[in-house]
Design a protein around this ligand. Sequence first.
Ligand code: B3K
Ligand code: ZN
Length: 877
Amino acid sequence: MSDPKPTYLHDYRPPAYRVTHVELSFELDPAATRVKASLQIERHPECMAQEALVLDGEQLTLKHIALDGQPLGGGDYALTETGLTVHRPPASFRLDTEVEIAPKENTALEGLYLSNGMYCTQCEAEGFRRITFYPDRPDVMATFSTTLIGDRASLPVLLSNGNPVERGELPGGRHFVTWHDPFPKPSYLFALVAGDLQKVEDRFTTRSGREVTLQIWVEEENLGKTDHAMASLKRAMTWDEEAYGREYDLDLFMIVAVNDFNMGAMENKGLNIFNSAAVLTHPHTATDAAFQRVEGIVAHEYFHNWSGNRVTCRDWFQLSLKEGFTVFRDQCFSADVNSAPVKRIEDVSFFRTAQFAEDAGPTAHPVRPDHYIEIGNFYTLTIYEKGAEVVRMLSNLVGWEAFRRGSDLYFERFDGQAVTIEDFVDCMAEASGQDLSQFMRWYAQAGTPEIDAHGEYDYANAEYRLTLRQRTPATPGQPEKAPLHIPVRMGLVGSKTGRDLPLTLDGESLGSDGVIHLREEEQTFVFTEVAESPVPSLLRGFSAPVQLRFPYSREELAFLLANDSDGFNRWDAGQRLAMLALDDLIAAHRNGVEKVMDPRVVEAFRALMAHGGDDKAVLAEMLTLPSEAYVAEQQPRVDVEAIHAARRFVEQSLAAALRDDFLHLYQDNHRDTPYAPEPEQIGERSLKNVALGYLMAIEDEEGIELARRQFEADHNMTDVRQALTLLTHSSRSDLADPALRTFGEKWAHDPLVMDQWFAVQVTRPQPDALERVKYLMTHPAFSLKNPNKVRALVGTFANQNRINFHRADGEGYRLLADVVIELNRLNPEIAARLVTPLTRWQRFDEARQALMKGELERIRGEKLSPNLYEVIEKALA
Ligand code: B3K
Ligand code: ZN
C-alpha cells in the first residue's frame, strides 16, 4: 500500500448525496454478523446527474446490493479497499446492502466489537464504515431505525439509539428489538449494545415536564457501583437546564459500562457508552479523584446531547466546536458543584504540563487543524483543553450574559445542522456586538504564546507602567505567527496594604480586578492614581492559555502567596516560588555543588499551614510541589536526574523542617466518619494525604506508622491508595511487599482496582521499576488487548515514572517501542497515543535523543497503521 494521504480542510465540499433515513438490521454473531442497511438517498439539487455515489466501507464483505429493489450488476458499482461507488444513481432512491463483519476479530475497538462477551460499538470518528457502507461524514444526518437480532439466552439485552418500538421472539431461541431514533444524526453517533447486562433505573423530570427514564447498564457484579454516576447525571441534567436552558429530548437516556474502550466515554444519541473506569465507583474501589472524574465525564457526555449531537460538526476539522465547548461546559459544572478554585488549579496545572508539552512538540497543531492523515490522532489536549480555554476566553471577553445569549442563538439557529467554528463565534459576536475577528487566530495558530512582562512604578506621578510583549514560537508548518488578542485579567496589589488597588487605565476605572487586552506585539499600559508601589498579579484565573513571565523576586512571590485576592494566583505564586528554588537546586546538582534549601520556601510553607485559609483542598494544592513533568516543561533542556534529585531534596527539606506541622496537619484532618465524595471531606483527605506524603518522604517513624495504619484501616480507596503508594514507593521492601501482596490478593477479581495496583508499582522511583513493568506484563490480570491495562501499566510508567522511563541505558524506550509495535497491529489508536513520550526527544540530552530516535526508527521499520505512520513521520521530520 502507498503512504496514507492527508485530508485538507480547504478541500471540503458538501456531500453530493444525503441520506434522509436509515433502516439497519443486525444478526449478531461473533465471527459473522450480518448487517442489512436500507438507505433513503437524495442527490443534492446543485449536483450534476452523472455524479457517482461514493460510500465509505472498510473490512466489510459485501453479500448483496440493490437499488430501489433491483439487484445491481457488476458494471453498476465498484468496490475498493476504502468503499463502494455506485455509478449513475437516480436523484432519489433506496439503496439496500447486506454485509458480513467479524466483531470477535476486532481488536482496534472501532466499529462493532466484543468486550467480555458483549457486543458494543464505537463509531466516532470513522468507525461506522466498519459496520456498513455509508457516507461516513458528520454533515450527513439521518433518522435511524435499528433492529437487533440475537440469541435470547446469551444476549438478553439489545440496545440502540432512541426509543424501543417493537420486540419479539424468533425461531431458534433468538429474539429481536427494534429501536427508532427520531433525531437526525450523523453516523458517528450510532450505537448498539447487546449482552447479558443488568440495569439500575431512575427518573428525571425536565423543567418543561418531560418524564425521562434514566438507565445505567452494567455486568451483574457491578450493580453496586452506579450510584455516583446516576447522581452525577441528574445533577448534570439540572445544571444544563439552569446554566444553558438545555433540556433532554428523548424519553430514555442510557449509559452502558464496558471494559474494553479506547477513550473515557462516547456520547451516542440516547445511548452513551462508557469505559467502565469512567462510570463505576464505590468508596472501597475508587479514589476521590476517580469519583470526580466520573462526575465530570458523565456530565461531559450528557452535555454533548446539545453541544455535539443536536448541533454537530460539519467536518472533523471542526472537532473542537463540540469538544472545546463541551469541555468548557463540564469544567464549569464541576466548578459549580465542587470547589471552584481547586477545579481551576487542577485543570490549569494539568494543562500547563501536558498541553504546553504538546504545543512544543512535533505533533503541535492548531485548535482547528488544517490537515490530518488520521483524525483519530486529533482527539488531543489541544482540541479538547486548549479548545475549552479558547471558549472560556470568549465567555470572559463578551461576559456571561452575552455568552449565554450567543449560545441560545447558536442552538436555535443551527439545531439539527452540522456547522463550523465560525458559526459558533459569529453567534457570540452577534450577541455581544463585539468584533472577534482577531480572536479567530486562536483557532488557527498552534503553539503556546509567551508573554514577557515588566513593570515600573513612578512614585512622583503615582503611575504604574506595565509593558507586555507577546510572541508565539514557530511550530511545524507555521514559521510565522501573528499577534493574538489576549485577555489578561489582573490586579495591582498594594505592597504596604496587601490589598488590590483601584485600577485606572486611560482615565477609565476597571475596578480592582480588571481585564486588559493585549492585541499588539508589544503594548504598554499606564495605570494612573496608583497610591502605593504595587506588586502586579497577572493572568488571574489563568485568563488566557499562555506562558507568562514576569521578573518577580522571591519576596514578591511570597507576598502574593500570602496576599493575592485571587485564589488561583496565590497558588501560582507558590508554584513560581518553588520553581525558583528548584532551579537553583537543579543547577547545583548539575555542577556538583552542595544543595542548600531556600529558607523562604520553608517559611512560606510554614505560614500556609498556620493560616492558609479555609479551603482545605486549595491548601493541599498549595502545599504540593510542581510535578517533575511540569518542572521539565519549564527547562530549556530536560535534565532528568537533576530534576528528580532537586524535587526530592525540596520535599525532604520541607518535611525535615516542618515535620511537626505536617504531623499536626495529618492529625487535624484525619476522620473516620463514613465516606462521602463531598468537597469538604475531599479537602480534608487531600490535606491529610499531602501531609503524610511529606512525612514518608523522610521515612519518619511516626509517619510510617500512620501510613501502615491508614492502609490497614481500609476505610476508603483514597486513603488506602495513598498509603499503598507511599509504602510501595519507600526504600523499604518490608513496607512495600506485604502491602502490595495484601492489596493484590484482596482485589484480584476487580479489574479497575487491579489497574491501580499496576499504576502504584510502576511509579516506584526505585531502579527495579522497569523490571517490574516487564514482570507485570505477564501477570494474569494484564492484557495488551485491554486499553485500560495498557494505560495503567505501560502508559503510567512512560508518563509518570520519568527517572526510570528515561533510564540512561535506553531500556525504558526500548520497552515502550516494543509495546507500541505490538499494539500497531492490535489497536492503532492506542498505539499512536502511547508512543507520545518518545516523540518528545528534542527536549533531552544528546545521548537520550539518539536512543529515543533509534526506537522511533525501529518502529518506522514496521508496516505501520495510518495512525502510527502520521505520528512517527512527524516525530522524525
Ligand atoms: N467524543 C468522544 C471521543 C471519541 C473519540 C474516538 N476516537 C468522547 C468525548 O469527547 O466525549
Ligand atoms: Zn467530548
